[in-house]
Write a protein of this length. Structure first.
Length: 363
């Protein structure tokens, strides 16, 4: 009996002198509504973001880690449909229980530098504290890809589809007959009166290239295929094969349109409850831009929206066909300034902001 008492006393003294070096962690993964999330993956990460252990939550959302050494860790929870969340913890000399990790589904915003869209919008994004815009896709990556044709039936440039020497007289007679038919047909035709609204409904093909040939001919079309010696174009009358030696000029054809850009980064005055943005924009396009509006969006570190607001710039005064009078238009080459505050919602901590400029084309 005395020996057993001595053994218990020795174990008690050793437990006080040499505390254990492994502890337990337990807690629950739940949604913002307080419901436990089952089958969520829980990761234990060290200070270097290296994974130490992983577990799955039970049907009530609970998890447990055993034999964890003292230190500072990050517990990260992930679920396919509910989202993710994390919690920073420190173990000193006792087990940690009732750890609560709240997860939520968060959608990452698109961070762009300068993007011109078909709706007439240029976007520019910045991270607070940095002067470099966020990277985005190039214009070539945003354009639709043209399907490649495996084989294109075409006539060689030096070949003809008939013996013109033996049929020259017949061909001349057919051309003269065709001229007479066309002349008689044109006399019977009258140009109808078309309204502007009806003309706007007519879709005119827009081709990307203007190609000038040695004989003075100008061809508008899209390049379907290009080799060392030939070009295959899609034109309004069909496919056309040109020898490159006949081409003296090839230009990218662009319809005149407005284009509004930011002149440098905006100047931002930061206050606890708002941020004030000021700067300049310019129309570098070839047409007037109407109703030019600058928009700013604030976001937290978790990409949650913290505030948004916009303002119309002070530009040229225009009276439109509808009777509307506005002074927010920018002529080609004209600049305008903007200055407006964006209130921060709920005293949230703003991490970064995005800038956009919108405009329309009106008559």
């Amino acid at each position: 009996m005395i020996r057993s008492f001595r053994s218990l006393l020795i174990c008690f003294v050793l437990g006080i002198a040499f505390p254990k070096d492994n502890y337990k962690l337990s807690g629950i993964v739940r949604t913002a509504d307080g419901e436990g999330v089952k089958k969520a993956k829980v990761l234990l990460l060290n200070n270097d973001e290296q994974e130490i252990k992983d577990e799955k939550t039970d049907r009530k959302g609970k998890f447990k880690f055993k034999k964890i050494a003292p230190g500072t860790y990050t517990i990260k929870a992930e679920h396919k449909s509910e989202g993710s969340g994390d919690q920073r913890i420190t173990i000193t000399d006792t087990d940690l229980e009732d750890i609560i990790i709240t997860i939520s589904a968060v959608k990452q915003p698109e961070k762009v530098a300068v993007i011109e869209t078909t709706s007439g919008t240029t976007q520019q994004a910045f991270v607070d504290g940095l002067d470099t815009p966020l990277k985005t896709q190039s214009a070539e990556e945003l354009l639709p890809q043209v399907r490649q044709f495996d084989r294109i039936d075409r006539l060689a440039f030096e070949d003809t589809f008939f013996e013109y020497e033996s049929n020259l007289r017949t061909l001349k007679n057919q051309i003269d007959s065709l001229k007479n038919i066309v002349a008689a047909f044109e006399k019977k035709q009258e140009m109808p009166n078309l309204s502007r609204a009806l003309l706007d409904l007519i879709k005119v093909p827009e081709y990307q290239y203007r190609i000038e040939l040695r004989n003075g001919t100008v061809v508008m079309g899209d390049i379907l295929e290009e080799s060392d010696s030939t070009l295959v174009l899609k034109t309004q009358i069909g496919k056309l094969v040109l020898k490159k030696e006949m081409v003296i000029r090839r230009d990218k054809h662009e319809e005149p349109s407005p284009k509004i850009v930011f002149l440098g980064d905006p100047f931002v005055n930061i206050y606890p409850d708002r941020q004030i943005f000021s700067g300049r924009v310019k129309n570098i396009g070839k047409k007037r831009a109407d109703f030019v509006r600058v928009i700013s969006n604030l976001f937290t570190q978790t990409t949650k929206e913290a505030g948004t607001d916009s303002v119309f710039v002070k530009g040229a005064r225009i009276i439109y066909d509808s009777g509307v009078i506005a002074d927010s238009a920018l002529e080609p080459g004209q600049t305008a300034t903007y200055n407006f505050p964006v209130a921060i919602e709920g005293r949230r901590k703003v991490q970064y902001h995005t800038m956009e400029v919108h405009w329309d084309e009106a008559r």
